[in-house]
Design a protein around this ligand. Structure first.
Ligand SMILES: Cc1ncc(COP(=O)(O)O)c(C=O)c1O
Length: 348
């Protein structure tokens, strides 16, 4: 290769390398990512899988499906896979909707849901959250009667609130059986075990339910795009038919296997993040800043007459800011917490 070609290559490589985010960045608090880089065992597994990158992954990701099924204790034929939780939601919309159908969801909600609904050319019907950031499940059940799909996030994004299990069951009982319910549990690993739903029992009772989960949050693998869905055998069969060929990268299988093996260390990280969340909430509350009752790895500050956009401007912190003045802040380590508290402290 000529030296001219070489220098162009390295220039391009330099620009591309610049596009790789920093694994450790205490100021990156806008996407609810995990603040920790991959565990050493997960990193080693990823490197092993990359050594065979010239080979295709499985045509249909049966082994990954079996691995996840075994770990969560459900039959493999009730597990489906996707490129992140987003990929699973897209597969569900492709499988169960036609352009012009209605999809119901809360407002505000996870930014991705209205985006994929629009890609599927659905009409989005929204139901506002209450003033404490909770879903209006009665309102959602009412509009779900005229919708093809209804999405509920538990915990909710952006507020982090958690509807009680009994209210979810009541909601599911009210939704007609020909409306598909997407129950988005992207942050479930941050929820106290006693507050989690019995998913196996729920999908057995409600054949129109798809539970969506991801390795992007508690497992810290957002860049690998691994998500899964859990549903009744019939619904899962339809979803599996929408699984793209060779759709899950070969890195997925080894990364998930290594993560499951290192579960103790991951649980320790989850405990650190939830402890940090409690600390941040307590400190904000001491500063008389209201935050919603959060059960995930982020915190929501409703505007309540003030614009958080102005507060966080020029602080260097990347948080998710909403048009109504509210803000959602990912919980990181103590350095992130102190930066947030210092920004909020300037208010006084
Ligand atoms: C509620 C919710 N669902 C789904 C996702 C998307 O996750 P994934 O990276 O698995 O596509 C997110 C990401 O922020 C989320 O907050």
């Amino acid at each position: 290769m000529s030296s001219f070609g070489g220098s162009v290559d390295s220039q391009v490589n330099g620009e591309i390398d610049d596009g790789v985010p920093n694994a450790i960045d205490p100021f990156a608090l806008s996407l609810n990512e995990n603040p920790y880089p991959p565990l050493p065992a997960v990193r080693a597994a990823l490197i092993r899988s990359i050594d065979a990158a010239n080979r295709y992954p499985e045509f249909q990701p049966e082994r990954l499906r079996g691995l996840i099924a075994g770990h969560i204790g459900m039959p493999a034929d009730q597990v489906v896979l996707g490129a992140g939780a987003t990929g699973v939601v897209m597969e569900a919309l492709q499988a169960f909707t036609a352009p012009g159908d209605c999809i119901a969801m809360a407002s505000p909600t996870f930014d991705g849901h209205p985006i994929v609904a629009q890609m599927a050319r659905l009409n989005v019907v929204t139901v506002p959250l209450d003033e404490y950031g909770h879903n209006n499940l009665d309102g959602l059940a009412e509009v779900a009667a005229h919708a093809r799909v209804v999405v509920v996030c538990r915990p909710h994004n952006p507020t982090g609130t958690l509807e009680p299990s009994s209210e979810i069951v009541r909601f599911l009982s009210r939704v007609p059986r020909d409306t598909v319910v997407l129950l988005d549990e992207a942050y479930i690993e941050f929820v106290a075990p006693e507050l989690r739903l019995d998913i196996s029992a729920l999908v057995a009772r409600f054949p129109n339910l798809v539970v969506v989960r991801t390795f992007s949050k508690a497992y810290g693998l957002a860049g690998l795009r691994i998500g899964y869905g859990l549903a009744s055998p019939a619904l899962a069969r339809t979803l599996w038919e929408h699984q793209p060929p060779y759709g899950m990268a070969s890195t997925s299988l080894l990364a998930v296997a290594a993560s499951y093996e290192a579960e103790d260390q991951l649980l320790q990280r989850i405990r650190l993040i939830t402890a940090e969340r409690r600390y941040l909430r307590m400190r904000l509350s001491a500063m008389r800043v209201y935050t919603c009752d959060a059960h995930a790895n982020f915190m929501y500050l409703p505007s309540r007459g003030r614009s958080w956009r102005e507060v966080f401007a020029d602080t260097g912190l990347h948080v998710r800011l909403y048009d109504d003045g509210s803000a959602r802040i990912t919980v990181g380590g103590r350095e992130s917490t102190m930066a947030v508290l210092s920004a909020v402290g300037q208010l006084r």
